[in-house]
Write a protein that binds this ligand. Sequence first.
Ligand code: ADP
Ligand code: MG
Length: 730
Amino acid sequence: MAHDPRQQAKLSVYSRKTRKCSVPMNEQGKYLKVSQYYGENVYNYHLSKSLSLEDKDSLKQVIDGKRTITKDLASKIANSVMDWAIAKGATHFCHWFQPLTGSTAEKHDAFLSFDGDRPLEALSASQLMQGEPDASSFPNGGSRATFEARGYTTWDLTSPIFIKEAANGKTLVIPTAFVSYHGDALDTKTPLLRSDLRINEVMNKFCHLIGMKDVQKVYTTCGAEQEYFLIDKAFYFGRQDLVMTGRALFGSLTSRNQQLEDHYFGLIEDRVLAYMQEVEIELYKMGIPAKTRHNEVAPGQFEMAPIFKDSNTAADNNQIVMTVLRTVALKHDFVCLLHEKPFAGVNGSGKHLNWSMSTDTDVNLLEPGHNPHENFRFLAVVASVVEAVYRHQDIIRMGIASHGNDHRLGANEAPPSIMSVFLGDTLTKIFESMISGGKYVHSARQILDLGARQLADLFKDNTDRNRTSPFAFTGNKFEFRACGSSASIGYPLSILNAAIIDVFEETNKIIEDEMKAGKSADDALMAVVIKWYANAQAIVFNGDGYSQDWVKEAAKRGLGNLRTTPEAIAVLKDAKKTNVLLRTGVFRESEISTRYNVMLERYIKCREIELKTLHQMVNKQIIPAAVEYKAILAASVKAHKDIGADAAVELEVLKSLADLTRNIHAQSQSLITQLEESHHKLSEEDLSKKIGSDLMPASFQIADLCNQIEELVPDEKWPVPKFYDMLFIR
Ligand code: ADP
Ligand code: MG
């Protein structure tokens, strides 16, 4: 039998068994409740026996940003952390950080140390607090000369320390920020932490101004819904493009894909459910509150969502979620694809950032509330957010730019590259009547005499939804839906927070001025609503964000439409647009050029890998498959002609295939020549534009030719796993 990897892959997938993992149990062999083992691998200083009450109190103050940590306290905590970790069986510790690669980095060190020649375990305060990885091997966007290779990781006290289990041992993981020798942020965490501090300052002031005097702390909250694809490992390794680029660069769509909408919320198959369960067990142990699991819209696509937390912890948690999704998948002979668009033609994957602001008195500032007084606060907060998204739409769009996300944004099945805010009819009408000084009349039943009625009740029967909006109000939070599934959420969150800080500084000023002039807090809030909503209403759009009409309408309204990454990152070179990041103290000037360089370089590298991989697959797999079939057809034609039989079909197929083969050969050759020339001749900036505007469209044409050839070549002669295999066989 001829060597047929695709057939062999299928056979191995047919015989897969559902994996059973070890579910946490008690000594009697009964399953533990999740609440009994939740967070067992998270260090909790409250439970430490070696720390005194005073130490714990001091630590809390440090965490709340009220004082800095002393060397003495750090030593005590290091001991407490080490004792806990060693008792749990950890042998190593690592500083875990989030460089600008979009993923995480860690360097492990053993606790092993020596007292003379006696081996013992040790973790010093300085080891806990600071590390010195070589920064030159991480993306730094040229922010430092290479001789200044030193970078620092510093312990982020606000994010929990945890233990990561592997088959043969455990590692203590210390979340850290990663900065250069000069203190420039080389990671996604540092700007997010800075934005947290500033949000706290500005929003605390807001709360106090309007009479919420008991509030001491305000923070942003985030729940990141994570979409992903699962395909069998055997198919994954059968496709070079998936391994090299994370997406299938071509592939003919199956006749049934997602038209019937039967996958969304459908029955979760055993093998997939077993996988999800193991993922959840891992996450629970590390204190990540996985809450929701379900099938997504495309075949083979799924989603998990955690219960929301403060944004910094949520950002760390989401990184762990992505890692666990990937590593557990392999144990189940799956590969988890986090790419934004692994399969053209079916839905891509996003990460929906549910975002709000909370006080330490447990008030969600985006909760409509039950009395008129709260309503005004709520309306003013919403209006300020609308103004922030309007004013800073381009930089917010930039924050979600990536080569992968380019396939989603603006494509027909994801929130578009135009930023807009969905408020729903009810809220929109309320705002509109406020700015026009009228009364809000609700569905002929209720008249809302602005302030006299209860908004919360109004929302209960107005749960309108809009899946096409990039930034949608969903009852008591906003859902920023345009983020890419593989992205680190720290980056878009810190940019969004900067935009919010910027506007709320002005909101506070308006309130102060109004109240100085003798107005009540409610009237001052009303003034905020009117000012911001009247200014920013162009960004509010409740219709179908996928429609071409909206593209035209948005242009009329003067909204930005940055369709590709090269266009979006150009915003970072526009001082008017980046100023908000500096003014609010969330980024430094040098960090902005760093981000630009890193994003540009990343875009180019990823696209070049895609284009080269496509060229190789065309040459080594697609053309040979076509040629082989052509030879068979030609032989058949000849044989038929020899005996005077009809070979019309063979001839027709042969002719089509010959045309396609010639075309694809020429186009693929031309693409690679253009790429090589551009790579050598053009500046990075021009190269990125050339790739975005010319080379990518050319590659889509080649993909289309591949798909046409796939349609002609007999199924068993196709050299790579097909969409059918990957999306439907499990
Ligand atoms: P929906 O189905 O409307 O998307 P869910 O209630 O299922 O809403 O929430 C989706 C995500 O939003 C979850 O991760 C949830 O924890 C998160 N979420 C809910 N409330 C908030 C909030 N106040 N701030 C941030 N995220 C929130
Ligand atoms: Mg949702």
